[in-house]
Design a protein around this ligand. Structure first.
Ligand code: FAD
Length: 434
């Protein structure tokens, strides 16, 4: 029996009976086959960066982070195929050495490709889809223990990409790539809230990827990070912009360690050293935090922000920082940005679970008129009825998951609670750990 441990932030201790760290796809198949024959359960675990029991199982966890990435570039299709457990930062470093780039990255490069894709993890940029929108195909171990492949254009592709590990274990993923590009990252301070609310599009469209940071408590937003491609047709990084000032001295993410941040202050260089917020060679914090995030339509961004702002005094004491980012609309059924351009309103909370539980209903009520969708990997209080209300393809997705995994091997309490899998009464736990 392994020491199963918990999430990276320690926000959930896994109840699974063991963790298998597979080094080959055959090992993954073996675990699934044993579970299939004994009626046990299995779930994929990535790099543990989600915040809840999402990845947990009453049976065995399997991680593919130990399978060699064996990345292969296909220049004809401009794609890379890589082991699903690879960390984005390692893939990005290798791609750059070959002269290629990804369209976007999340804030933390340590997160696994499979785990990020499975939850619709995103970076920012009005024209940038979530990381899952780069998926051109994938291989997974299905409920029979066989390796199945799905590619863009195949039936069910859009349903399965953001799949929460609910129907199998991804082992290899093919991602769109593009020629490497150079960037700069500038930090502005003091953008007045009124200026943002008067023209959200002007602010979030100021660069290739724009992130706004606020504690909700001040008259102006604390920081705006503008990440610009040097090959952009217009590159505008004035010293003064919409009432904000471009920083020329050392910066700091509110409450964070500046040494952990990627290159800022307009220094030009590689995309992979500027698209994520955090450096691959420096873990940003000890994970003493809780994260929450909701996607609202970008067209309603100003109204949604005002609705949250009315609870600023309740939010501020428990908050480390809020980040606002944009995600381009996509066709992936469980994506937070499914069929709508989105503003993602993120909260990094102090690690005070009881207080956070009291604040979340205020935020969720405030965002209900905007049909806010929660980030699958972060803490929220939605139940199955709430998820149904904001997830147009929920019923069809659940039906597909049930068809692919009729015994519920890849299901768990979390998925059943949210209506993503049908609730089942389990026979006594079968331990599938070898
Ligand atoms: C410090 C920090 C920064 C973050 N930054 C961002 C950000 O910038 N943008 C954003 O959108 N989110 C962000 N997140 C959230 C994070 O990206 C998601 O929670 C993501 O799912 C974590 O991936 P993981 O590999 O750790 O997956 P895990 O937490 O291990 O698992 C998450 C889900 O993915 C599934 N999964 C994992 N591996 C596989 C596999 N091989 N096959 C099938 N399913 C699999 C699991 O079953 C589970 O359902 C951040 C989280 C942290 C802690």
């Amino acid at each position: 029996m392994s020491d199963v441990g918990g999430t990276w932030a320690g926000t959930h201790q896994f109840a699974a009976t063991g963790v298998v760290s597979a080094t080959t796809v055959a090992e993954v198949q073996g675990v699934v086959r044993r579970a299939a024959s004994s009626g046990g359960r299995v779930r994929a675990l990535g790099t543990r960066h989600s915040f809840t029991d999402l990845a947990d199982s009453s049976g065995t966890l399997v991680t593919v982070t130990g399978i060699a990435p064996d990345a292969v570039i296909d220049e004809a299709t401009m794609t890379v195929t890589v082991g699903a457990g690879a960390a984005y930062g390692h893939l990005a470093t290798w791609l750059e050495s070959q002269g290629f780039a990804l369209h976007n990255m999340g804030s933390l490069p340590h997160i696994s490709v499979a785990g990020a894709v499975a939850t619709g993890t995103h970076g920012s940029g009005v024209t940038n889809g979530s990381l899952a929108t780069a998926v051109a195909g994938f291989e997974y171990v299905n409920a029979s223990g066989e390796v199945a492949t799905v590619a863009r254009g195949n039936q069910d592709f859009e349903a399965l990409v953001v799949g929460l590990g609910a129907y199998g274990i991804l082992t290899r993923i093919t991602l769109d790539i593009q020629p490497s590009f150079a960037m700069r990252q500038d930090v502005y301070t003091g953008l007045p809230w009124d200026t943002l609310l008067a023209d959200v599009d002007a602010v979030v469209g100021a660069g290739y990827s724009v992130s706004l940071f606020t504690t909700w408590a001040e008259y102006s937003l604390e920081q705006v990070w503008v990440k610009s491609r040097l090959d952009a047709t217009t590159l505008l990084v004035p010293a003064d912009w919409l009432g904000a000032t471009r920083l020329t001295g050392p910066t700091n993410l509110v409450g964070g360690d500046p040494a952990a941040l990627t290159e800022q202050l307009g220094v030009e260089g590689r995309w992979l050293d500027r698209l994520p917020h955090f450096r691959l060679d420096n873990t940003p914090s000890n994970g003493d935090e809780i994260q929450t995030e909701y996607f609202v339509p970008l067209a309603s961004a100003a109204d949604a922000l005002v609705a949250v702002q009315t609870h600023a005094s309740a939010i501020a004491p428990h908050l480390l920082v809020t980040e606002l980012r944009t995600v381009a609309s996509d066709e992936l059924w469980l994506s937070g940005a499914f069929e709508r351009e989105s503003l993602a309103i993120h909260f990094t909370w102090r690690n005070s679970p009881a207080q956070v539980q009291l604040v979340l209903p205020l935020i969720e009520d405030a965002l209900e008129p905007f049909a806010a969708r929660p980030h699958w990997g972060k803490l929220h209080l939605f139940d199955a009825a709430d998820i149904e209300r904001v997830t147009p393809m929920l019923g069809a997705t659940r039906e597909l998951f049930e068809r692919l995994d009729p015994t519920g091997m890849f299901s768990n309490d979390h998925l059943e609670r949210l209506g993503l899998r049908i609730p089942r009464v389990l026979s006594p736990i079968a331990d599938t750990t070898p």
